[in-house]
Design a protein around this ligand. Structure first.
Ligand code: PMP
Length: 428
């Protein structure tokens, strides 16, 4: 397709009239769709329903450690659940603690504990004048909300196709001891679907932070969420890399089964070094007598082992692949070559990241909403909700069914064109 940027004023005006006609027609269809959050569709939830049946008899309620899972006992997770999530996270079982139903909750607790009690003997962050986190952008809004909630200043670090700009990360953490953390989604990142390269992971492991209590928040939320069996991204295991680099305590690795079993009713875990785990357990003892062991057992009995989980993920991929391909096909058909936007085709994860021309994202989202399609708010992928370029839009294709998704994506592409044409005309 011809680039819209090369069109004359007259040609653009003609396009504008035509696009406005189309937009009016869609408006009259009264559609109402939600492409805002990365939720699985009901058909994806259905494939885990058998998990509800695995605890029907009283035969298998005692875990490996000999504890009745219906009762109190075992603070940091039953052994078999640790094994399942350790295999999923590619770490030794002894490096795992199973928490409750949400990895985001563990991240919040981890920051909260550092604020009130410090990290392994360092001064609590609440007693420091300034605490900063590096935030690869675009990124996950709920990470940024945690930092903001605790008054932690966020510093944007641009993402590249191989992960965050590591020159910048290395320099900043080395120079500034108020930088205490960095939010990372290293595999099939939210929202771009980028996987950090080997070199990026190795550079992370070799960081030389000025702050002793600097930690990498390695949120591997999409570690096993491939779309294709024969074309998958590979991520180096960071705990082992940090150990090899002489920085064994520098990383907290988070995971959950939220988008494997049930979001909000899955299992979540942290993997980290023994000294970090010891500190976490100390706080956990005060916080809870123990998390939901019946849910842990349910997951173990349902998946059996990590191979079972991989097979299960193939079923998710079967459902998700056509949705991602549908969005990408429409984007290419409607916007390819127009110069009105760029996007990345991910091989896994839950999102497609779209970058419009500068200064257009908010208006595109507004136009979509007026015609009945709710998207993630523009700016949400940046700290404080402020995208300096007003350009990044997170597309979440998982929740709507295929026909809804087709409608929503076509409307989205139409809005991109309409807003783009208007902007180009303004600049003529
Ligand atoms: N991290 C990332 C990167 C996510 O995209 C999500 C879910 N949208 C979460 C964490 C939340 O996970 P959980 O349900 O385990 O809290």
């Amino acid at each position: 397709m011809q680039s819209y940027k090369e069109l004359s004023k007259e040609e653009l005006l003609q396009k504008k009239i035509q696009l406005e006609e189309e937009y009016k027609k869609v408006m009259s269809e009264n559609i109402s769709l939600d492409m805002s959050r990365g939720k699985p569709g009901a058909d994806q939830l259905d494939i885990s329903m058998e998990m509800m049946d695995v605890l029907k008899s009283t035969d298998n309620l005692v875990c490996e450690q000999g504890v009745d899972c219906r009762n109190y006992g075992i603070l940091d997770g039953i052994k078999e659940a640790k094994k399942l999530l350790a295999d999923m996270s590619e770490v030794p079982v002894d490096n795992m603690i199973i928490f409750g139903n949400s990895s985001l909750n563990i991240m919040f607790d981890t920051v909260s504990r550092s604020v009130t009690h410090g990290v392994m003997g360092s001064k609590p962050w609440c007693k420091l004048d300034k605490v900063k986190f590096l935030c690869p952008v675009p990124g996950y809004d709920r990470h940024f909300s945690i930092s903001e909630y605790f008054g932690i200043e966020m510093v944007n670090v641009p993402m590249t196709v191989t992960g965050p700009d590591m020159d910048m990360v290395e320099k900043l953490v080395k120079e500034d001891d108020s930088i205490k953390g960095i939010w990372c989604v290293p595999k099939y990142s939210n929202p771009q679907g980028i996987t950090y390269s080997d070199e990026t992971v190795r550079r992370f492991a070799r960081l030389q932070p000025a702050a002793k209590d600097f930690r990498i928040y390695w949120d591997n939320a999409y570690g096993v969420h491939h779309l294709y069996e024969d074309d998958q991204d590979y991520l180096i295991e960071i705990l082992e890399e940090c150990k090899k680099a002489g920085n064994p305590d520098m990383v907290y690795k988070f995971c959950s089964t939220s988008k494997i079993s049930f979001p909000g009713s899955g299992l979540a875990a942290i993997a980290t070094s023994e000294p970090n785990l010891e500190e976490i357990r100390k706080h956990m003892t005060i916080q809870t007598i123990g998390h939901d062991k019946l849910n842990q057992l349910r997951h173990v009995l349902f998946y059996k082992d990590f191979d079972g989980m991989i097979d299960h993920m193939k079923k998710h991929a079967e459902i998700l692949r056509p949705k991602f391909e549908m969005v990408l096909t429409i984007l290419e058909r409607e916007l390819g070559g127009t110069g009105l936007g760029e996007w990345i085709s991910p091989k896994g994860g839950y999102f497609i990241s779209f970058d419009s021309m500068e200064g257009c994202a908010k208006e595109i989202i507004k136009k979509c909403k007026e015609a009945g399609v709710v998207m993630t708010p523009a700016g949400a992928t940046y700290p404080y909700g402020k995208d300096p370029h007003d350009s990044n839009i997170r597309i979440a294709p998982t929740f709507p069914n295929l026909s809804e998704l087709k409608k929503a994506t076509e409307l989205f592409a139409l809005c991109v064109k309409l807003v783009g044409v208007n902007q180009l005309l303004e600049n003529k």
